[in-house]
Design a binder for this molecule. Structure first.
Ligand code: GLU
Length: 488
């Protein structure tokens, strides 16, 4: 059974690229009935923050995908040290006592720094003596030099990879403060946790040669690797927290009213496609269809704009997923957005409203503008000209609305009964049905573009409808007065 891990470093919010790495690991684990592990890579004490860790968890929890095991790298330092020591005892690592900074200087002078011969060749006695005297050192991997060989591995996405040891520097396993480097901690943990597949960003592809050296030196099996193509901005630059800011944060999507399953759907199509090229997929469909073969090597573009942070495809998918939600689920997700917009929404009523507006919203946040008239006690001011039906005039609007009042007062308040009664009234008045319905729609909704009229009336209830139609009549009357005043 595969064991995979997502290993974020808590140095910022959960980036859309990291979310994709999580999602691909998760999809693979679930597809293969394997184990999904979350490992917080928090050994870089200078760059880690608690806020960042909190925001990573916040982002992951929002995705509504789970994980089976959880670890924190900083609690496993002893293990990292033990694996490093084991490599050292085999003669595959050495102590480098070069003072901090000196080697950096060297690499700047000479280009690619590979190793410091003096340190590499230090005798065991001298190395032990200096270490015992407390002189700080970096523990470096002794990359084979005498007869360079190619380090090879097969990446499930990028294919055969190879690099000569002659091009790999003697990289550090432990820093001079004794703490493991990313390479050491990551490999020691991957070995200890029995990670079978390492799925991560393409930016780690070149690190993998070093990791293969560590796995070999530690006598561990080499896991399978799958590196994921880069995510890029429309201008071709690599998507980054620093450069692109909140546009690339997962919580930006959450706060804008995206559904987690739509976001997961969007993100999983960044660099992967199912065999049949479907777009909209449920989470289960993604799990069923997922395979490394569907991952392509070219960079994937996230199409945000200066004035719109959201890729049109993400918005489209979100609208599709909104349509697929059960009414209770939809209403439950809309509620916080409605409340955040200041409406005292009653859940029972929202459950009736949700199916009426779902075709009119692209994000959950749109509920505040699409359903406001259901929840506001008074309509926002609207232009009384909107009440005038097509091929009609203000007099016709008045006639229709005045006639609607007794119908609304007497009819059974269900949508079929209202439909029948108002149609009959239109016929009696000699106006087209549309000429009857539009003034009523605008009177109760405050706009022409609104959900189906009779269902809307039913949900609003008799009292509100009567009140709003009455107000519309007053509006038209004062408009008529103003008009006749100008005429005279
Ligand atoms: N902490 C590393 C990162 O965030 C993990 C890389 C890996 O998966 O090995 O890039």
């Amino acid at each position: 059974m595969p064991r995979v891990r997502f290993a974020p470093s808590p140095t910022g919010f959960l980036h859309i690229g990291s979310a994709r790495t999580f999602i691909f690991n998760w999809l693979y684990a679930r597809h293969e009935h394997g184990t999904m592990i979350l490992r917080i890579d928090d050994t870089d004490a200078d760059r880690n923050t608690r806020e960042s860790e909190t925001s990573i968890f916040e982002g992951l929890q929002w995705l509504e995908l789970d994980w089976d095991e959880q670890y924190r790298q900083s609690e496993r330092l002893e293990l990292h040290g033990q694996v490093a020591q084991a490599i050292f005892r085999k003669g595959l690592a050495y102590r480098d006592f070069t003072p901090a900074g000196a080697e950096e200087e060297k690499s700047r002078q000479e280009g690619a720094w590979l190793f410091n011969a003096e340190m590499r060749e230090l005798s065991a006695e001298e190395s032990d003596r200096r270490a015992a005297a407390g002189e700080p050192f970096v523990l470096r991997f002794r990359v084979p030099r005498d007869s360079p060989r190619d380090i090879r591995f097969r990446d499930s996405v990028y294919g055969e990879q190879s690099k000569s040891t002659a091009d790999i520097e003697d990289f550090a396993l432990l820093r001079s403060n004794g703490l493991p480097t990313y390479h050491m901690a990551s490999c020691a943990d991957d070995i200890d946790l029995g990670i079978s597949h390492i799925i991560r960003g393409q930016d780690h592809l070149t690190n993998t040669f070093k990791h293969v050296l560590i796995f070999e030196a530690a006598g561990a099996a080499i896991p399978e690797f799958a590196h994921l193509p880069l995510l890029i901005a429309p201008d071709g630059s690599k998507l980054s927290k620093r450069r692109h800011g909140p546009v690339v944060s997962v919580t930006t999507y959450r706060d804008a009213g995206f559904l987690p399953q739509a976001f997961v759907n969007f993100v999983c199509l960044l660099g992967w496609s199912p065999k049949d090229d479907r777009d909209r997929m449920s989470v289960q469909e993604m799990v069923d269809a997922f395979s490394f073969e569907g991952i392509n090597r070219s960079n994937a573009v996230v199409n945000f704009r200066e004035d719109d942070p959201f890729d049109p495809k993400a918005v489209w998918l979100n609208a599709q997923h909104l349509m697929a939600l059960a009414p209770e689920d939809l209403a439950g997700r809309l509620l916080p957005f409605l409340r955040a917009a200041g409406f005292e929404a009653e859940p029972g009523k929202l459950l009736r409203v949700a199916p009426l507006i779902r075709e009119r919203i692209k994000t959950l946040r749109d509920v505040a503008t699409a359903a406001d008239f259901f929840f506001a006690s008074e309509l926002a001011p609207y232009d009384s000209a909107e009440l005038i039906p097509q091929k009609g005039d203000a007099a016709m609007a008045l006639l229709v609305l005045r006639a609607a009042l007794p119908v609304l007062a007497a009819a059974e308040f269900t949508h079929p009964a209202l439909d029948a009664a108002l149609r009959a009234e239109a016929q009696r008045l000699g106006v087209k049905a549309g000429q009857m319905f539009q003034p009523i729609r605008v009177a109760v909704c405050g706009r022409k573009a609104a959900p189906p009229l009779f269902e809307t009336l039913e949900v609003l209830g008799r009292e509100t409808c009567l009140h709003r139609v009455d107000r519309a009549i007053h509006l038209l009357e004062s408009r008529n007065e103003a008009v006749s005043h100008v005429d005279s």
